[in-house]
Design a protein around this ligand. Structure first.
Ligand code: PLP
Length: 366
């Protein structure tokens, strides 16, 4: 007899993981929106300094990290939640807010973890298509909020489409959302968004106790291997509830040490954003020269449309054969052939573009 699993396991989608982890040949890894830049030397030194104390549990309250984040963002430490990556905060929010009979509203295509929140809790997922520019349609999302809605997630910039909304649109949206509905604005990529000062959204917190801004050390700080994220919240209730549903010590000691040090190097963040934006512009121009349509990226990745004449699976295979790993659009919710491609180092991007040009070439006439 096979093991009998819970009903929710049957409901839960399997997270679409990137391939290539078992490959030994050097690969161009552009599939997971990671930073191509390794952690700063100062951050690596901080991790080394934390190693001898690993016989001790980490600070379960993440006190020092919350204090430094509080100083950096001018949000009281009691309104800051830490997570084992920002995914951990999303899943905890699902657990704290959702249950059968409740509703979760989010856009689609958007980050592939959001459907887990409804599936895990038994809440109803209300998904709202993106607009024609592949951005969130906030009016359509507002129209879907009912008395059963407990949580709305807005991903800005949106993964996988890379597009961002102006903050004024989000402010207008928040003004219309009932105050008892929690809104998470997932800002994993906000540092790469040139439409706005990444800190501008923080001002919204004071007017909206139901708002949480989700941030991460995984992307611009290049620390996704350690797993540490945080949420800046409009009230103390949400961080408290998030902590209630999680195991103690969810953020490990090395992650806390690394994040603390990373925060002290904002200049490096600015430099890295500038490098990424330069690659974003260059890759965008070269994709356009290949005749490929892309969404307007405000992130560290692009979302490109292959055109209906191309088979997405074949293109993925062709790229993989050439040592280039990207993400297939269909697995991320696209209805048409698409790819999500992270900007890498200049040489990675060159290799991706050369491989793509080869793969998309029409077969020679016989
Ligand atoms: C929109 C979005 N939010 C959150 C995350 C989670 O990041 P992490 O758990 O590494 O902080 C990701 C990761 O790709 C993402 O794309």
């Amino acid at each position: 007899m096979a093991i009998e699993f819970s009903e929710r396991i049957r409901r839960m989608p399997v997270y679409p993981v990137a391939g290539g982890y078992a490959d030994e040949a050097p690969l161009v890894r552009l599939a997971s929106n990671e930073s191509p830049y390794p952690p700063l030397q100062e951050v690596r030194d901080a991790i080394s300094r934390a190693l001898p104390s690993l016989n001790r549990y980490p600070d379960p309250s993440n006190s020092l990290l919350r204090r430094r984040l509080s100083e950096r963002y001018d949000v009281p430490a009691s309104r800051i939640a830490i997570g084992n990556g920002s995914c951990d905060i999303l899943l905890a929010a699902g657990e704290a807010l959702l249950e059968p009979g409740a509703e979760l509203v989010h856009a689609w295509p958007s980050f592939s973890v959001y459907p887990h929140l409804s599936a895990a809790s038994g809440a109803r997922a209300v998904t709202v298509p993106l607009d024609l520019s592949e951005r969130h349609d906030l009016d359509a999302m507002l129209a879907k909020i009912t008395a059963a809605t407990r949580l709305v997630v807005v991903c800005n910039p949106n993964n996988p489409t890379s597009t961002a909304l102006p903050l004024a649109d989000i402010a207008r949206f928040l003004a219309e959302v009932p105050p008892e509905v929690c809104v998470i604005v997932d800002e994993a990529y906000c540092e790469f968004n040139l439409l706005e000062d990444p800190d501008a959204s923080i001002e919204l917190l004071d007017a909206h106790p139901n708002l949480a801004l989700l941030r991460t050390f995984s992307k611009v700080h290049g620390l996704c291997g350690l797993r540490v994220g945080f949420a800046l919240c409009g009230s103390e209730e949400l961080p408290r509830a998030l902590d209630q549903v999680r195991q103690p010590f969810f953020c490990n000691a090395l992650a806390q040490a690394a994040a603390l040090e990373a925060l002290a190097h904002q200049d490096a963040v600015i430099d890295r954003v500038a490098l990424t934006v330069a690659e974003r512009n260059s890759v965008g121009e070269r994709l356009a020269a290949l005749g490929i349509e892309t969404a307007e990226s405000q992130a560290n990745f692009c979302w490109l449309h292959l055109g209906s004449e191309h088979d997405e699976t074949e293109v993925m295979r062709g790229l993989q054969e050439r040592g280039v790993l990207v993400r297939a659009g269909r697995a991320l919710g696209s209805q048409t052939p698409a790819l999500r491609v992270t900007y890498g180092l200049p040489e990675d991007n060159d290799r991706f573009l050369a491989a793509l040009a080869e793969v998309l070439q029409p077969a020679p006439a016989r």
